[in-house]
Design a protein around this ligand. Structure first.
Ligand code: C5P
Length: 403
């Protein structure tokens, strides 16, 4: 088998029973056209021999940071530069803990620190170890730092238990990694502005009008756009989410603040993705003092907020504009009339009435429309859905800007 043009992947193997699947993973990555170099932790060789991994990768396997002959062939810093991705599979609880701490006490952990390439990890461990707050805490810190977590899966475990902690099947890991690497160049060098979350329109110092938007879809889109190589600015209303790594984060409260934040940055953006659930109305008057129970009238007078998306789409030199439509019925007709009324390039419509969809949900499905076509993106976790939508946006953007 020859290394075909593909990406260059360092596969790191740490010491867990799932290491028996690593040769299969290496083989599948090579079948997809990637070049692979394998690095093992010292503990991994209790489960699998370097010779097996050398045979399937076609290259000597490295385990030792201080091996003069291996360092002479390709030094660890060179290897870190060579990698388009470092994929640790299996990643044990111990390895995740060391990665989180930034340890560099063996070759694999040192590579993870020294590389500028994305680091992915496929956790594999006993379910109690996975569910332990220490591991969960490590995993969320690593995710915030931009480490791509693949899995784990649920099911039978080598220890005889059943639950979350199994390593994802090698074919799935190889597929996910390939998708991610292919996505990387999609928006290379482009500025992408994303709006997310609800806005909050104050009535007095303690009360406001807002909506149920969690911001999840917008944050996932910002993360996916950054993963696709874009310079991303995320303008977000109040949410409980942490901004993804490598994304400029601008916090706003009201529709009018969101408008100003967007308009002052739109000049540097090639694409605007308006995922925010901007409040359509705000109280016409703001009371500096708390309105007393019996001081309020029967009704609150409202006025319209600025339509940020329509304003951007109306600019003479405008970015490629993508809007969202949260709908409960007549999805296509409503989305298409919004596409036209606001002169958008693309609109993504989602149902907000069904259980497990729309606001606050972890999963979603989208119907995407453009002037002469449309497509359906299947129900799946918002982060996966965001990757698909970003790929679709990139495709349409490139078609409109062929240079
Ligand atoms: O008209 P409607 O509010 O349904 O349009 C939704 C789309 O318009 C979303 O993309 C939303 O982010 C954007 N929008 C906006 N400013 C508003 C209202 C909506 O940018 N004031």
């Amino acid at each position: 088998m020859h290394d075909m043009p593909g990406h260059q992947i360092v596969v790191g193997v740490s010491g867990g029973i799932a290491a028996y699947k690593s040769p299969d993973l290496v083989r599948r990555l090579r079948e997809l056209g990637h070049s692979v170099r394998v690095v093992m932790t010292p503990a991994a060789s209790h489960f699998i021999t370097p010779l097996t991994l050398q045979a399937v990768s076609g290259h000597p396997v490295r385990t030792d940071l201080f091996d003069p002959s291996a360092e002479a062939a390709m030094g660890h810093i060179e290897l870190a530069r060579w990698a388009d991705m470092v994929l640790v599979a299996p990643a044990t609880a111990h390895f995740l803990a060391r990665l989180r701490q930034g340890m560099a006490d063996d070759l694999l952990s040192t590579l993870c620190l020294a590389t500028e390439a994305p680091v992915a990890a496929a956790p594999a461990m006993n379910r109690q170890m996975w569910l332990h707050p220490a591991t969960q805490d490590n995993v969320s810190a690593l995710t915030r730092r931009g480490v791509l977590l693949l899995g784990p899966d649920e099911g039978d475990q080598a220890c005889g238990e059943i639950g979350p902690g199994r390593m994802l099947e090698p074919a799935r890991i190889a597929g996910m990694v390939t998708e991610r690497l292919l996505a990387r160049g999609l928006l290379e060098g482009l500025g992408v502005l994303v709006t997310a979350g609800p806005t909050r329109e104050p009535l007095d110092p303690v009360r406001f009008i807002s909506n149920h938007s969690s911001g999840r879809m917008g944050y996932a889109l910002a993360e996916a756009a950054a993963g696709a190589g874009a310079r991303v600015t995320l303008v977000s209303g109040p949410t409980s989410l942490i901004a993804p790594a490598r994304v400029e984060h601008v916090s706003v409260l009201t529709a009018s603040e969101m408008r100003d934040a967007v308009m002052s940055r739109v000049g540097g953006a090639s694409i605007l993705i308006a995922a925010a659930a901007v409040a359509d109305h705000r109280p016409a008057a703001y009371s500096e003092r708390k309105i007393k129970k019996n001081g309020a009238g029967e009704a609150i007078a409202l006025e319209r907020t600025p339509d940020i998306l329509a304003e951007v789409a109306g600019l003479s030199s405008r970015p490629f504009t993508v809007g969202f439509a949260a709908e409960t019925d007549d999805i296509e007709a409503n989305a298409r009339s919004k596409l036209e009324a606001k002169a958008l390039d693309l609109i993504a419509a989602n149902r907000v009435d069904g259980p497990g969809t729309g606001f606050g949900s972890e999963d979603n499905a989208l119907d995407v429309f453009w002037a002469d076509g449309g497509t359906h993106l299947e129900y799946k976790p918002k982060r996966a859905l965001a990757g698909e939508l970003v790929a679709l946006i990139a495709q349409h953007y490139r078609a409109a800007h062929p240079d």
